[in-house]
Design a protein around this ligand. Structure first.
Ligand SMILES: [Zn+2]
Length: 219
């Protein structure tokens, strides 16, 4: 990943490793170091040692060790860049180089085409909700007290009854039939594929970054 290596060093210099780790687990002082129950294995005795001088941590049972950034990365199961930014935040360290790394998002390469297709599909469903055909779905949402604000917040939508047109629309946006099959929206109609959600109201599932990762249908 292309970013300034010296940025990592600068963040670590400003980070108080004891403060960072103790915001996740309890640490107690033992001599020059701190110890805590290791979160990376089934620990009962405090096996994790944190050295403020070396700015490192190490578990002498499971062997997990590293610096403040790798602790956060492992504990939260996030990317290195995300952990780097988080540790910088927690340390009150500001640097313009951190802003540049904002655009570096954790991306699972296999899932990326699926996410893109789900995003386009969700926009299409949102559009359909505002059409004449979508009026029934819209009324259904309004009856359930899901007003325009909530519809837009939760990216609610409606799937056109012409499911073939939906598949064609997505293909015209560059999504392969394989991708559309992988996101689970296709069904076979004659010798073509159609959107199996046709005529339904759609509730997308989003992750914490707002990325649509799945769809729920209402019956
Ligand atoms: Zn351990």
């Amino acid at each position: 990943m292309a970013f300034d290596e010296s940025l990592t060093k600068d963040v670590l210099v400003h980070a108080d490793i004891v403060k960072i780790i103790s915001s996740y687990i309890n640490l107690s002082k033992k001599g020059r170091n701190y110890v805590g129950v290791c979160p990376f294995h089934d620990d009962t005795n405090p096996s994790l040692t944190v050295s403020p001088e070396k700015k490192m941590f190490k578990c002498f049972v499971c062997g997990t060790g590293g610096n403040a950034i790798t602790f956060v990365q492992k504990y939260e199961r996030i990317s290195f860049i995300e952990a780097l930014k988080k540790v910088a935040d927690m340390s009150g360290f500001h640097d313009p180089r951190l802003e540049k790394s904002v655009s570096v998002k954790k991306v699972d390469e296999k899932k990326e085409p699926l996410y893109k297709a789900l995003t386009d599909l969700t926009l299409y469903y949102q559009y359909a909700l505002g059409t004449n055909e979508g009026a029934e779905g819209l009324q259904y949402l309004l009856d359930r007290k899901l007003d325009a604000d909530l519809q837009s917040k939760y990216r609610l939508g409606y799937a056109f009854r012409d499911g073939k047109a939906t598949i064609e629309f997505l293909q015209s946006k560059g999504h392969s039939l394989k991708t559309l099959e992988d996101i689970g929206i296709t069904m076979i109609v004659g010798n073509a594929r159609a959107d199996r959600n046709q005529g339904r109201v759609i509730f997308p599932i989003c992750d914490k970054d707002g990325q649509v990762i799945g769809l729920v249908l209402d019956d």
